[in-house]
Design a protein around this ligand. Structure first.
Ligand code: ZN
Length: 669
């Protein structure tokens, strides 16, 4: 009987979704079930709304409220609960959102940093998922290709707040929840977010087609420059896609396309796989589907791109977005049920599927100006807001989670434009650029207004961010510091600065090394590929490093650099503790590790000025960058943390916390 009910219920949900999309009408069976709501306990909530706003900062929120930019937040705060939200150590988005999902510390969910390393082979990989080539089939691709026929493994472990809801047939929608790729199986409707790769298996690689040979187009990380030569104003371009096995040799699949330039006007015509698009200088295309042939007549991979004509005469600069997985033909596990991304894109049109769609790398490399970056990142927000309206209007019952990346990404890149004391402040920035961050906050105010309109007295609203923000103006080259303090040994003192990935490291004498933004690993014998430190020496070396790190001062300013560093054995607990780094570092305001130090490079100086436009950050100590938390219910727990929200969500529906959740419901003391 109960099994019967379950199937009917599931069917009903599917049917009502289809009806909403205008595809099918509810059957008689569906209508009958409509009269029997699943959530019968009248004391409990029927709707829980969660707005996940990455990077919303407490100080900025209150500043913009004070300035009158956020009337809905102002009104909401006047009669509801607000607190700073304690964030994880380290306060990196994948770690923080994994704690939100699991209601637990990293020792339970196993995500400690953006980047982890495989100790046995010493290979770095992005921490939340790993993609392997298909098993028992022709060897298509390398491990970086997100093919559905390959194996993509979600590395986040531990419980989720939605599994109990699924079990009780409570509808769940998770739109772009970070650290959830590939999406979990089950009844929850999901579109994956942060952690979802592009078609090349990266976090987003743009391409520039150009005959412009300037310095700024050399040595790009996160971008490709393809040099093309015009013949009578026509450019033949080769676009490389995912890897393709030919003759047992891995080569990239590719498609050819043409760009015709008007000899006199700043206009081009792009012809790509049957699509003809005419664009003027400064214009963007919509999403254009592209199809890569992996083996003749056997396998295709579907992607989509957007072009932007940056320049036409005297030379072409044609920017192309990272090749996103096409939600209309999802060849990777980015939605649940699998066809959900198709259903959505039939109503909404194609949308960005890569984890963080704002092209911060194009701005970091000065391929984009501030204004160009803003146009691109506003298009991401517009797309997201359309999806929000669509999904909110169709939501009737259960849990609604919706995620926004705009404040985080724009704060990283453009907060400097609001702050005259920031070294990268530009007094000549356009008004749009100077207002970019406040405008993103304003957009969230609208989102709150719309959400409130959908609520009734059996609705709960959580608004949260995973962390706030700090300026990032000075880089700490931790890798070099470890060398100069005798913890990482090198074979060639004169050349190790030229290292690409730990070249010249003398592993036999190395006690510790850095991989990741906040992590130090002891070179432990029996665990690390070249391990040389006996387990009995581990604690002593950890204590020594921490002792020295606490004393680090910036010689230029005399300021403390690190609030504190911790032995992970003392701060984390759980079955995934064996994956943890040995030391985690909480930087002080203004400081962070340099990009070079994160992955096996050793800059000459220990400190350097941050010259990249990615010049605000949150990989500091959690006390420096708390998030925000707002709720329409009475909260009884003091100083809530991100890990307390999963048990609190379950509490609203009348369910106990999962035994592995170490957070506590905020509705209890
Ligand atoms: Zn961020």
């Amino acid at each position: 009987m109960s099994e019967n009910k379950k199937i009917n219920r599931r069917e009903f949900i599917t049917r009502s979704a289809k009806a909403a999309a205008g595809i099918a009408a509810a059957s008689q069976l569906g209508n009958k079930l409509f009269a029997a709501p699943v959530i019968r306990n009248t004391k409990r909530d029927t709707k829980v709304f969660i707005l996940g706003i990455d990077g919303m900062d407490p100080q900025l929120l209150h500043l913009f409220i004070k300035k009158g930019l956020m009337p809905n937040f102002k009104k909401f705060l006047s009669s509801n609960y607000y607190s700073n939200l304690r964030t994880t150590l380290p306060p990196q988005s994948p770690v923080a959102w994994a704690s939100f999902i699991s209601g637990a510390n990293p020792g339970i969910h196993g995500i400690y940093d953006f980047v982890h390393r495989d100790p046995a082979q010493f290979i770095p990989f992005l921490s939340t998922s790993r993609t392997y080539s298909p098993e028992n089939s022709i060897d298509i691709g390398s491990w970086s290709i997100p093919l559905k026929s390959g194996k993509v493994e979600l590395l986040r472990k531990g419980p989720t707040f939605w599994s109990a809801l699924e079990k009780h047939d409570i509808p769940v929608l998770l739109y772009k929840l970070p650290a959830n790729y590939p999406v979990t199986e089950g009844k929850a409707k999901q579109i994956s977010g942060l952690g979802t790769p592009d078609l090349l298996g990266t976090y987003g690689t743009f391409t520039m087609f150009t005959d412009n040979r300037t310095k700024d187009l050399e040595n790009l990380s996160g971008g490709r420059v393809i040099h093309v030569q015009p013949q009578d104003h026509q450019y033949t371009c080769r676009l490389e896609g995912p890897n393709n096995p030919l003759n047992n040799k891995i080569t990239a699949s590719s498609i050819m396309f043409n760009v015709n330039r008007d000899p006199w006007k700043d206009t081009v015509k792009i012809n790509i796989q049957g699509n003809d698009i005419i664009l003027n200088k400064g214009e963007w295309t919509q999403w254009i589907p592209v199809k890569f042939k992996l083996l003749p007549l056997i396998a295709y991979v579907h992607g989509m791109v957007r072009f932007y004509v940056q320049n036409v005469h005297p030379y072409l600069r044609l920017y192309m977005s990272p090749i996103n997985v096409d939600p209309k033909h999802p060849d990777s596990p980015l939605s649940n049920p699998h066809e959900y991304s198709q259903t959505l894109s039939q109503s909404l049109g194609r949308f960005y599927t890569q984890g963080f769609p704002e092209d911060t790398k194009a701005l970091s490399h000065n391929i984009f100006s501030d204004d160009e970056f803003l146009v691109q990142s506003k298009s991401v927000l517009d797309e997201r807001l359309e999806a929000f309206d669509y999904l909110l209007n169709r939501f009737n019952e259960g849990l609604f989670f919706f995620y926004f990346s705009s404040i985080d990404q724009n704060s990283h890149m453009l907060l400097r434009t609001m702050n005259p004391s920031h070294p990268l402040y530009d007094p000549n920035a356009s008004p749009q650029v100077k207002n970019a961050v406040p405008d993103m906050y304003k957009a969230m105010d609208n989102v709150l207004g719309k959400t409130l309109a959908k609520m009734d007295n059996r609705s709960t609203l959580f608004i949260l961010s995973d962390h706030g923000f700090s300026p990032f103006t000075r880089e700490f080259n931790l890798s070099t510091w470890l060398v100069e303090n005798g913890f990482t040994a090198v074979t060639d003192k004169n050349r190790y600065h030229k290292s690409i990935f730990f070249d010249y490291v003398d592993w036999q004498r190395t006690k510790a090394y850095v991989i990741g933004i906040n992590s130090i690993y002891i070179n432990l014998h029996g665990r690390e590929m070249h391990g040389s430190v006996l387990p009995s020496e581990r604690d002593k070396i950890v204590a020594e490093i921490i002792h020295k790190l606490r004393k680090v001062k910036d010689p230029q300013t005399g300021k403390r650099v690190i609030v504190d560093a911790y032995d992970t054995n003392e701060i984390y607990s759980g079955p995934q503790l064996n994956l943890a780094p040995d030391i985690v570092i909480g930087y002080d305001k203004g400081y962070r590790i340099s990009d070079y130090s994160v992955l096996g490079k050793f800059p000459k100086e220990i400190f350097s000025n941050r010259n990249d436009k990615w010049s605000s950050d949150h990989c500091m100590h959690p006390d420096i960058v708390p998030g925000v938390f707002l709720c329409n219910r009475e909260i009884r727990k003091n100083a809530p943390g991100l890990w307390d929200l999963a048990p609190s969500i379950l509490d609203r529906f009348g369910f106990p916390a999962h035994p592995l959740m170490d957070g506590k419901s905020i509705f209890n003391k």
